[in-house]
Design a protein around this ligand. Structure first.
Ligand code: GDP
Ligand code: MG
Length: 725
């Protein structure tokens, strides 16, 4: 005979005792939990060849150690490890009763729902989509009417089946508790797992959750086993506590509760249709949601909001960006004036000031972006955006929350992948986050736009808007397609079931938004002083060394001296101007020769036999290599490389018309270059940020993979276009 041990649990007045009586009949007895005044009721029944023992746990609203009843319920689960918890809920009040269910799921015990009071459900005109509810909760649910005993056989059968299937295995449900709590939970969870604190009793993340909630009973147990670790964790929690109090004017446990209710709210939105609002608590949220997540109006409003947000960021950001830019230009000029000419000056000016300045130049943009994101997040609207877009993005292996990183990266042309990749933080599943991070830099960011404008101006001037639009559309198509491919190959894995956190709407506090914004901005600034500085020096070195050999250097110097002497000798105004121009040309020619001889230049020439397949000559190659430092560099390097096509060309001729005349450039090359620039390696600031958000391995993967993909497509486009012309 099989034996099963079930625990009935539920809020007071869910009908638990009535159900217990209906099932066990006379086979029950009442005892006592040792040392306390809470009754312990046990009973048994049989089903086919199974004997089922049942304990009727005291009614409780949660599993925190606030009351004796709750503590007892938790102890039974942990010490006696029943094969299954039958969570009896009043199905007319799911909004409140599922709160306890959430806690069973978080603890990980095998649990199923008895949806009791189904008679009331029907008479109140509430419709419950049970299969949907089961799917979203990840556990079985059976409707019952305890007073008449209806549904009790099905309940028992399902319970026995499910208990057998789970075989006592605990599977803790991990939900997000928002950007404030999650990082701490991850950190504490990892430390608890490492040290094995309380591991024989509870899952690590759950212990972390209890520390965060300030659960005295768990903290006491933790202290007695590992006082040092416990003390550290308590200190961490205290820091978070102060932070939450300061930014959101609330406690961590209240935030956690909010997210649990948010989860439930979203779940019920999908599976319960009520004729009356479920509870007064969420009335305002319900009303707002009727408008903001309306089937048609919702997405339209969202698009309008996204566009506005984007517009505001980049228009507002323009001024401080220009200020920072000017500041660093001034700094560079100053340094150039003070320091003697030579490698050291070049290192300070081109390597360090330009590099770090380029990074810090993004700061204003990032600050504005994060103010808006913090506002959307703290208010609860971000979760609704994810909710509305989830269906579309899911079919590409992404998540509703992926929209934000895409848009910010340039999904509406002109964004920036640096804050874009950072915005992927709102994604909970590491795999979806990774796929988003790798594909977001495909978007036409603000630094790629000048390249496109140059090429469009030179070769497609009559279709400017159409080509620009196709580029943006192409970026979206590629991002989604590549995400789809990655998610079915390298980054395979199930998608998270729709993240169900729909927290109630809250008006964010200015202080909270600002603190959130600053934390993220500061993290970015810190990078400028470390990794970014090192890489920027590396790229500078590649474009500077080994420089000119002595003989060539002397030849240039001699020519310069000759020109300068002529300049001094002549008194004719026109002749002077002519000579001045020649001097400038000479300087540029020297620069180009040095660039050609540098590591980057040699690489560009070395790659020419291959890059020719896509129509790129060595000058284009250098510009594209420089583009890995920053996409802005592409146009300026092309400018340098083409400024000396022939020394006699008119100085004032624009790069655009020079390229039009160059025999290596035509429409096919332009198409190929547009595709390549759109998709190839992200700039190095983005790569550093990608590494921080995922790992250096994946950042390097993106660099190689995106470049290979871009080159393959550019070649194909070039060959086809050349054949057609
Ligand atoms: P407990 O606190 O969970 O043990 O709940 P009880 O079993 O004491 O039931 C609370 C109240 O709900 C009692 O008045 C029951 O008669 C009533 N009740 C229990 N189950 C049902 C049901 O399925 N439908 C209806 N309409 N009432 C029920
Ligand atoms: Mg009771």
């Amino acid at each position: 005979m099989n034996k099963h041990y079930l625990a009935f649990a539920g809020n007071p007045n869910a009908g638990k005792t009535t159900l217990f009586n209906a099932i066990t009949g006379a086979h029950q007895h009442v005892g006592n939990y040792p040392g306390i005044t809470v009754d312990r009721k046990e009973g048994s029944t049989t089903l086919e060849d199974s004997r089922i023992d049942i304990v009727d746990l005291p009614g409780c609203y949660s599993l925190t150690a606030y009351t004796q009843e709750e503590l007892v319920a938790r102890q039974v689960l942990v010490d006696e490890r029943p094969g299954l918890v039958v969570n009896v809920v009043d199905a007319t009040k799911l909004e409140r009763h599922l709160y306890l269910t959430m806690q069973f799921l978080e603890l990980g015990v095998p649990v199923m729902l008895a949806l009791n009071m189904m008679d009331d459900v029907r008479s109140k005109g509430i419709q419950i989509n049970v299969p949907q509810l089961q799917k979203d909760l990840g556990c079985p649910a059976v409707g019952t009417v305890a007073r008449t005993g209806a549904g009790k056989e099905e309940l028992l059968r399902t319970a026995v089946d499910y208990a057998q299937q789970r075989n006592g295995e605990w599977r803790p449900l991990e939900i997000s508790y928002g950007p404030d709590i999650d990082p701490l939970m991850d950190r504490l969870g990892a430390r608890i797992e490492e040290t094995g604190l309380l591991h024989e009793k509870y899952p690590p993340r759950w212990v972390a959750l209890k520390y965060t909630e300030g659960d005295d009973s768990i903290i006491e147990q933790g202290r007695s086993i590992n006082p040092l670790l416990s003390e550290q964790m308590e200190a961490d929690v205290q820091t978070l506590r102060d932070h939450c109090l300061k930014t959101l004017n609330t406690f961590p446990e209240a935030i956690i509760a909010d997210y649990r209710y948010g989860f439930i709210h979203a779940l019920l939105k999908k599976s319960v249709i009520a004729t009356q609002p479920q509870s007064a608590r969420l009335d305002l949220t319900d009303k707002l949601d009727q408008v903001l997540t309306h089937k048609l109006g919702g997405p339209v409003l969202m698009l309008a909001l996204l566009y506005a947000m984007f517009h505001v960021t980049f228009t507002l950001g323009e001024y401080p960006m220009e200020l920072t830019h000017n500041f660093f230009a001034l700094l560079a000029d100053g340094a150039a004036a003070i320091l003697p000419d030579g490698v050291f000056q070049s290192l300070i000016v081109s390597g360090i000031i330009d590099g770090v300045g380029g990074v810090l130049g993004f700061v204003p943009l990032i600050m504005i972006m994060f103010i808006i994101i913090a506002f959307l997040e703290d208010s609860g609207y971000m979760a609704r955006m994810a909710y509305m877009l989830d269906k579309v993005f899911r079919s590409f292996g992404l998540h509703g929350s992926s929209v934000m990183p895409f848009i910010i990266s340039g999904g509406i042309a002109g964004g920036c992948a640096v804050p874009g990749v950072m915005a992927a933080r709102t994604l909970r599943s590491p795999k979806e986050k990774l796929a988003t991070i790798i594909t977001a830099p495909f978007m036409p960011c603000g630094a790629k736009i000048p390249v496109f404008l140059l090429l469009i101006g030179a070769f497609f001037s009559e279709h400017r808007a159409a080509v620009m639009f196709s580029i943006t559309l192409g970026a979206w198509v590629m991002a989604l397609l590549v995400a789809r491919v990655l998610r079915s190959t390298l980054i395979r894995g199930e998608s998270t079931p729709f993240v169900m956190e729909l927290p109630p709407y809250r008006l964010p506090t200015i202080q909270g938004v600002l603190i959130h914004m600053w934390e993220r901005t500061w993290e970015y600034i810190k990078k400028a002083g470390t990794v970014v500085l090192a890489i920027s020096i590396l790229i500078w070195a590649a474009m500077t060394f080994p420089g000119l050999d002595q003989e060539t250097e002397q030849k240039f110097a001699a020519q310069q001296v000759a020109l300068e002497q002529q300049l001094e000798a002549t008194s004719s105004q026109t002749r002077q101007e002519q000579l001045q121009m020649q001097l400038e040309k000479l300087e540029r020619k020297q620069g180009l020769t040095a660039l050609k001889n540098s590591i980057a230049g040699r690489l560009g020439q070395m790659l020419e036999p291959i890059s020719e397949l896509a129509g790129f000559n060595w000058r284009t190659n250098i510009a594209l290599i420089g583009g890995v430092a920053a996409k802005e560099v592409i146009v300026s390097t092309l400018g340098t490389a083409y400024s000396l096509g022939d020394v006699d060309a008119d100085n004032s001729e624009s790069l655009m018309s020079r390229m039009q005349k160059d025999e290596d450039w035509n429409r096919a090359t332009a198409i190929s270059a547009i595709i390549f620039v759109l998709l190839y390696a992200p700039c190095f600031v983005t790569i550093v940020v990608m590494a921080r958000e995922s790992s250096w391995g994946w950042a390097m993967f993106a660099l190689v993979f995106n470049t290979a993909l871009a080159f393959g497509l550019a070649c194909a486009a070039y060959q086809i276009a050349t054949a057609m012309v």
